[in-house]
Design a protein around this ligand. Structure first.
Ligand code: 13P
Length: 251
């Protein structure tokens, strides 16, 4: 099964609108040289519309860093799928470790957000990952299984074909400490097996599972060479055109 690689940049709370547009244009140039892979960038909400305009018709996907579950209503601070669709956004990152650990989003809320994306025809990237203490206590697989089962509750086989999973070990995010390719592959294979047991084999075989956590030009090639790693969700190294270009051009 040939899964189309997806290289995604999460810009977090960085860049003004002008900086975001300049970087988006550079990313579009990098992506144009690689027709066999998808490239996505997720700017802060203030730059989403301008970035959508900047990359229009380049094939670069634009993602939001979160998404509401309702279409509209009294939800101060939230942005819905129809609002995102309206400006050209087609992807949403959901359940990022910073949303879970800094802002206290729980599995039930993350599951609602995922359904909000699916119902609004926005492709969700569901992020999961264990903390260092969970890993050291031997709980990695049970934590990830719970995050997957709760995060995907109520998702049917057909909807699952629209979902991307991102494995981001919390201890590897922004720390410079990447999971080894063996550690990442072991977890990705576990996730795929789990998806096969929840859905069916062809869904599990087709789903894209990204790795995130200190991905950089120096380690992208070895990560992408692993059989169950289908792409990367990149933070810090996605903020510089040169390093993200090298990651997009992985071999
Ligand atoms: P870093 O690449 O900076 O470790 O961030 C990873 C991440 O959180 C992407 O969503």
């Amino acid at each position: 099964m040939q899964r189309r690689p997806l290289i995604a940049g999460n810009w977090k709370m960085y860049l003004t609108q002008d900086e975001a547009v300049a970087l988006a244009k550079a990313v579009a140039q990098s992506a144009a040289a690689c027709a066999d892979r998808d490239v996505m960038i997720a700017p802060a909400f203030t730059s989403l519309a301008a970035v959508c305009t900047a990359v229009q018709e380049t094939g670069v996907l634009v993602g939001a860093q979160n998404i509401a579950w309702e279409k509209e209503g009294a939800f101060t601070g939230e942005i819905s799928a129809p609002m995102l669709k309206d400006i050209g956004v087609s992807v949403a990152i959901i359940g990022h470790s910073e949303r879970r650990h800094v802002f206290g989003e729980d599995s039930a809320m993350i599951n609602r957000r995922l359904h909000g994306a699916l119902n609004g025809a926005i492709l969700p990237i569901l992020c999961i990952g264990e903390t260092l203490s969970e890993r050291e206590a031997g709980k990695t697989f049970s934590v990830l299984e719970a995050q997957i089962r709760h995060g995907l509750a109520g998702v049917d086989t057909e909807q699952m074909q629209q979902v991307v999973i991102a494995y981001e070990p919390v201890w590897a995010i922004g720390t410079g400490k990447t999971a080894t390719k063996e550690q990442a592959q072991e977890v990705h294979a576990f996730i795929r097996q789990l998806l096969e047991s929840i859905f069916e084999k062809n869904v599990a075989t087709a789903v894209r599972i990204l790795y995130g956590g200190s991905v950089k030009p120096e380690n992208i090639d070895e990560l992408m060479a692993q059989p169950d790693i289908d792409g990367a969700l990149v933070g810090g190294a996605a903020l510089k055109a040169e390093s993200f270009d090298r990651i997009i051009q992985f071999q």
